[in-house]
Design a protein around this ligand. Structure first.
Ligand SMILES: [Mn+2]
Length: 439
């Protein structure tokens, strides 16, 4: 898959140029897990979005008013190092392979940066990610300030990446959407496989392993976030990741797991009966969450606000809670007083892209942002009845969430994760293994 990283870069250069700003974007460093073993490296999302380059210890400098507008600093070729830790692209090959104007060894970054930034009034830099880097960047500003005496235009402030690159990332292009569709399809297959494999006595970690292996075997690059496999009341812990208990007959199992493909995320949650058949109270609450989720997706379209998708889900959930006697009515008061928050304490969705909780403003000038074509968001209402909740005992310990990945199109939505069983009938059939992988 070839990505239009040069297009991303050109669009950002134009946007920076309008503000007279330059930008510096770091790939990131390898992080030690313990001893001398490192976590698997993943480039920072902004950096990858602009370069398509996957190596650590690299930085992209965008200088729209400079002679070299796109400059990459990266690790030089090193025969000894490459034997131990893999091939490097190297300085000589980088300009042609990545379509940039110039490349230099990473160790020359700090020395060359002041000159590259001259002629710009501000620098986009993600302050607060790495203290050492922030100090070095401040030192660069101090050095460039010396040039002001000669009349040169020098940068005087940092700009957070929000306004420029994060606004671009919020709107996905066709190549990005193709990747996200594929990631969601692979997630669908993994969820189906987990539903079919679940049974009383199976340990949560077996399903965890099955999800991850399906992601990788189907061509994904890994998990977009830590898989959540939560049997029974574990589902009421929103970020339960222990995944180490045996599943029990009569319990539900909540799985929140998404495939990452070329660093793009999918984010899918399903809840299903461990032994393949919903019990009556479980089914009733499941239908409430399903109704809220379908209504929220139907509501989503260009022109409606992000918040109104949440409000739609909250109304349906609250109606269900009142109908089944978990909340006192009337519905309007239960919503106004936020009593539903005892059972539904999170938002109904978030932007999705290179980051699972992707970048992009949710509010513009204090108002909830309107949805537009090209945005991708999750829609994920849930209900969580604590084991000590002050409700009829039959509801206690039930946790349900249903989450899909939704692209806003010109006239509505496209559900990227539509291949995952969702209705009661579909889910029970998938638990019986009655449905095979779709692709
Ligand atoms: Mn999510």
């Amino acid at each position: 898959m070839t990505y239009p990283h040069p297009t991303h870069r050109d669009r950002l250069l134009s946007s920076l140029d309008r503000d007279g700003a330059a930008g510096v974007f770091f790939s990131g460093d390898e992080k030690i897990r313990n001893g001398d073993s490192a976590f698997r490296f993943r480039p920072s999302s902004d950096f990858y979005y602009l370069t398509g380059f996957r190596e650590p210890e690299a930085a992209l400098v965008l200088a729209p008013r400079g002679e070299e507008r796109a400059v990459l600093f990266l690790r030089p070729k090193d025969r000894e190092q490459e034997i131990w830790s893999g091939k490097r692209l190297g300085v000589d090959a980088a300009p042609e392979v990545l379509g940039i104007d110039a490349a230099y060894p990473f160790e020359e970054l700090w020395e060359r940066l002041p000159k590259l930034l001259l002629g710009h009034t501000a620098v986009v830099h993600d302050v607060g990610v790495d203290e050492g880097r922030d100090r070095a960047m401040n030192e660069v500003l101090r050095k460039t300030a010396l040039h002001a005496k000669t009349g040169a235009v020098v940068p005087e402030e940092w700009i957070q990446p929000k306004r420029h690159v994060h606004e671009l990332r919020l709107f996905k292009g066709e190549a990005e959407l193709a990747t996200m569709r594929r990631a969601a399809q692979i997630s669908a297959d993994a969820h189906r496989a987990a539903m079919a494999a679940a049974a009383p006595g199976v340990n949560e970690r077996e399903l965890d392993a099955l999800l991850t292996s399906t992601f990788l075997r189907r061509g994904g690059t890994g998990c977009a976030y830590t898989n959540i496999v939560a049997g029974g009341a574990g589902a009421c812990i929103l970020h339960y990741v222990e995944n180490d208990r045996e599943l029990s007959a009569g319990d539900l199992c909540l799985i929140d797991a998404g495939c990452e493909l070329d660093f793009y995320a999918s984010d899918v949650t399903r809840t299903f009966p461990v032994d393949g058949a919903f019990r009556e109270p479980q089914r009733l609450l499941y239908e409430v969450v399903l109704d809220a989720q379908v209504a929220a997706i139907e509501h989503a379209r260009p022109g409606v606000t992000f918040k109104s998708v949440h409000d739609t889900a909250v109304r349906r959930l609250t109606e269900g809670l009142v109908e089944h006697g978990l909340l006192e009515g009337p519905v309007d008061r239960a919503i106004e007083e936020e009593n539903y928050r005892a059972f539904y304490m999170h938002r109904t969705g978030h932007w999705l892209g290179l980051d699972v909780h992707d970048c992009g403003a949710y509010f513009l000038e204090g108002e909830s942002r309107k949805l537009s074509p090209g945005m991708v968001m999750t829609v994920e209402p849930g209900l969580y009845v604590a084991e000590d909740a002050d409700v009829d005992a039959k509801w206690r310990g039930i946790g349900i969430r249903i989450e899909d990945d939704v692209l806003i199109t010109a006239d509505g939505t496209e559900v990227l994760s539509a291949g995952v069983p969702k209705t009661v009938e579909e889910v029970e059939a998938a638990c019986r293994g009655a449905e095979l992988c779709s692709t």
